[in-house]
Design a protein. Structure first.
Length: 317
C-alpha cells in the first residue's frame, strides 16, 4: 500500500495519540511557534561532496546518464546509512570509522567507503553484477556494525535497472519527489528501505532534489521530515519536544530503545509532527525544516550542551 505525505502525517498523529505512546513525550507548541519566527531560508546543501568526482555536475555536464548514475549513487549510499555504533565486550559504546580513520567516522565514513568502491571499480550495479556483491564487497563492510545486514542490503540495491524502473524514471516523469514514491521504493527494496516512517527512502529523494537543482533539473519536494536520531535530538535541545522523565533518563544514560517500541514510536512520531508544524508556521517545506534543524546541530551551543541522541539498533536510520 502506498503512502502519501498526508498519510504519513496521519500515521504519526495516530501513533502519537495512542494511549501507550502519548504519555512518553510532548510537543511544546508555544516554544515551537517562537522558534518558527527565527527560521530563515535554509541553505540547502547540494551534497556534491557525497559523490565521486566523475558523477559531480562539473564532470557530468549535459550527460543524462551521469545524472542518472549520480541519483543511483545516492540511492545505494543512503541504503547503508544507519547505526554506525555498537557496544564492546565491556559495554562501552564504540563508533565505526572507515579504515580506522577518526575523520571518517559514521556517515562520513560511509561516504568515503562508497566513493572508494566507485573509484576502484566495484560499486554495485554500476561496476559489478548483483551476483558478485557478496564476494567483492564483504571486505568493505566486514568491520561495520551489523555487517551481514549491510551485505544483504548491498545485494538488494545492486540492481541499477530496477532502480531506474521503480524510482528514477517515475521521479523524472512526475517531476515530484513524494512520500508516495518513497513508499513504492520501500516496497520494491524492503531490506534497504522498509520503515513505517520512510526515513531513508525519503532522504534518497531529498538528496536528489537538492543535488539536481544546480544541474538545472527541477524536482518539487513533497516529503515529510526524515525521522531519525539527529532531528529529535535537535528538537529536544531547542525545547520543542520533551520526553517523559523515564524516557529522558533512558536516552540520557545511553540505554537501548528497542526498535518498534512505544518509546521509539513516540520519538519518531513527535519528530514528524513537530517538523510539519514548524513548516506550517514558517512557510517552508518539511524538507527545508529538516535541513534547517540539521544545520543547528553544527551550532556551537548544540555541540557543547546537547544531550545524547537515542540509541536504537535498526536498519531504518
Amino acid at each position: 500500500m502506498t503512502m502519501t505525505r498526508h498519510d504519513l502525517w496521519v500515521y504519526a498523529f495516530n501513533t502519537f495519540s495512542s494511549p501507550t505512546v502519548s504519555t512518553l513525550g510532548s510537543i511544546n507548541l508555544q516554544r515551537l511557534e517562537d522558534v518558527a519566527k527565527t527560521i530563515g531560508q535554509p541553505d540547502l546543501t547540494d551534497w556534491e561532496f557525497y559523490l565521486p568526482v566523475m558523477l559531480q555536475r562539473d564532470m557530468a555536464g549535459m550527460d543524462q546518464r551521469r545524472h542518472r548514475e549520480a541519483a543511483y549513487f545516492f540511492f545505494v549510499q543512503t541504503a547503508l546509512q544507519y547505526c554506525f555504533w555498537d557496544f564492546d565486550a565491556d559495554g562501552n559504546q564504540t563508533h565505526w570509522c572507515y579504515k580506522g580513520d577518526p575523520k571518517a567516522k559514521g556517515s562520513r565514513g560511509c561516504v568515503a567507503m562508497t566513493i572508494d568502491m566507485y573509484d576502484k571499480g566495484v560499486f554495485p550495479g554500476l561496476c559489478i553484477r548483483q551476483t558478485d556483491v557478496r564476494r567483492k564487497l564483504a571486505k568493505y563492510v566486514a568491520d561495520m556494525p551489523n555487517a551481514e545486514s549491510r551485505l544483504d542490503i548491498l545485494e538488494e540495491v545492486g540492481n541499477y535497472e530496477k532502480f531506474c524502473a521503480e524510482v528514477y524514471n517515475p521521479l523524472l516523469l512526475s517531476g515530484t519527489a513524494s512520500t508516495e514514491l518513497a513508499s513504492k521504493m520501500a516496497a520494491a527494496f524492503p531490506k534497504a528501505f522498509a520503515d513505517p516512517f520512510l526515513k531513508k527512502a525519503q532522504l534518497v529523494l531529498g538528496l536528489i532534489v537538492t543535488n539536481f537543482a544546480p544541474r538545472k533539473i527541477a524536482i518539487k519536494p513533497d516529503l515529510t521530515a526524515y525521522s531519525d536520531y539527529r532531528v529529535p535530538q535537535v528538537l529536544c535541545h531547542l525545547g520543542i519536544i520533551t520526553y517523559s522523565d523515564e524516557l529522558a533518563q533512558k536516552v540520557d544514560n545511553g540505554e537501548l530503545i528497542a526498535s518498534g517500541s512505544a518509546e521509539e514510536k513516540a520519538i519518531r512520531a513527535m519528530t514528524i509532527l513537530a517538523c510539519a508544524r514548524l513548516a506550517a508556521e514558517s512557510g517552508l517545506t518539511d524538507m527545508e525544516i529538516d535541513s534547517w534543524l540539521f544545520e543547528q546541530s553544527r551550532d556551537e551551543d548544540f555541540q557543547k550542551n546537547a544531550k545524547p541522541f537515542h540509541l536504537t539498533k535498526t536498519t531504518d536510520y
